[in-house]
Design a protein around this ligand. Structure first.
Ligand code: 13P
Length: 251
C-alpha cells in the first residue's frame, strides 16, 4: 500500500509572520488526518520558524532544493545536512522552475538526489514535459530521459524511499490541470519505467505525485486514478483552508 502524500510547495512566498499564521490555521484543520503524509515546503529563511510551529503535529517539513555537498565554499547554497538540521525530512529536487530559471539539468538533479538520499532525506523528484514537447508527441520520451538521467546510479533500495512528482510544465500556475486521464496515462508510463529500470516491486512501492494547478475542486478525480499517489501543490497550498481541503480529499 502506498501512503498518499500531499505536499505544498510555497515557492517564493510567505515571510515569517505569514508562515506562522498559515501553520497556526492549518494544523487544527488536519490534525485528525493520519493516513496522508502531509508535507510543507517553505522558503529556507522560514524553515526553522515553521518547524517550531509544526512540532508534535505529525506534519513534515521540506526544503525546496538542496546542493549536493554537505559543506564547502559554495556561496548561496544549502546542503542536505543543513536541511536535516533545520528539521526537514523531505526535499523537492529538480522542479521545472529550477530547470528553467536556474540551469538545473538531469545531471545536477541526479547529484542532488544522491546527496539527499545519503543525507537521509526523502527527495521529491520532479519531472514533466513542456507544452511544445507534449504537442510534438514527445511526452513519453521526455519522461524517460528525465527519469533515466535523474535516477542514474541510484540503487533499487533507495528508489522506493523517494517520491516522484509528475508536473507537466504547461499545467503549472496556469489553471490548466492535466485531465485525470492524461495524468493517469503519464503516471502509468512512469511506473512502467520503474519496473523496466528496477523491478515490479520497486515500481509498485514508489509513490508518484501529480502537480500542476491542483485545487480542492480537482483533487478527488486525480486521486481516484490508480497510479496517482498524491499531489504537489503550488498556488492552492498558500491558503490553509484550500490546502486542508486538498489534504482531506477522501471526505
Ligand atoms: P501550481 O499548483 O500553482 O500550478 O504549482 C504546481 C507546482 O509547481 C508545485 O510544485
Amino acid at each position: 500500500m502506498r501512503k498518499p502524500v500531499i505536499a505544498g510547495n510555497w515557492k517564493l512566498f510567505k515571510t515569517s509572520g505569514e508562515a506562522v499564521d498559515f501553520v497556526t490555521e492549518l494544523v487544527p484543520l488536519v490534525k485528525d488526518i493520519i493516513d496522508v503524509e502531509i508535507v510543507i515546503a517553505p522558503a529556507f529563511t522560514v524553515l526553522a520558524t515553521v518547524q517550531k510551529k509544526l512540532e508534535g503535529s505529525g506534519l513534515h517539513l521540506a526544503g525546496q532544493d538542496c546542493f549536493w555537498e554537505n559543506e564547502g565554499a559554495y556561496t548561496g547554497e544549502v546542503s542536505p545536512l543543513m536541511l536535516s538540521d533545520a528539521g526537514c525530512s523531505h526535499v523537492i529536487i529538480g522542479h521545472s522552475e529550477r530547470r528553467l530559471y536556474f540551469g538545473e539539468t538531469d545531471d545536477t538533479v541526479n547529484k542532488k538526489l544522491k546527496a539527499a538520499l545519503k543525507g537521509g532525506l526523502t527527495p521529491i523528484f520532479c519531472i514533466g514535459e513542456t507544452l511544445e514537447e507534449r504537442e510534438a508527441g514527445d511526452t513519453f520520451n521526455v519522461l524517460r530521459t528525465q527519469i533515466a538521467g535523474g535516477l542514474k546510479g541510484i540503487p533499487a533500495g533507495n528508489v522506493n524511499r523517494m517520491v516522484i512528482a509528475y508536473e507537466p510544465v504547461w499545467a503549472i500556475g496556469t489553471g490548466k490541470t492535466a485531465s485525470d486521464g492524461q495524468a493517469q496515462e503519464a503516471h502509468k508510463f512512469m511506473r512502467g519505467l520503474l519496473s523496466e529500470f528496477y523491478d515490479w516491486t520497486i515500481a509498485e512501492e514508489t509513490r508518484i505525485l501529480y502537480g500542476g494547478s491542483v485545487k480542492p475542486e480537482n483533487i478527488k478525480g486525480l486521486m481516484a486514478q490508480p497510479d496517482i499517489d498524491g499531489a504537489l501543490v503550488g498556488g492552492a497550498s498558500l491558503k490553509a483552508e484550500s490546502f486542508a481541503s486538498i489534504v482531506r480529499f477522501k471526505q
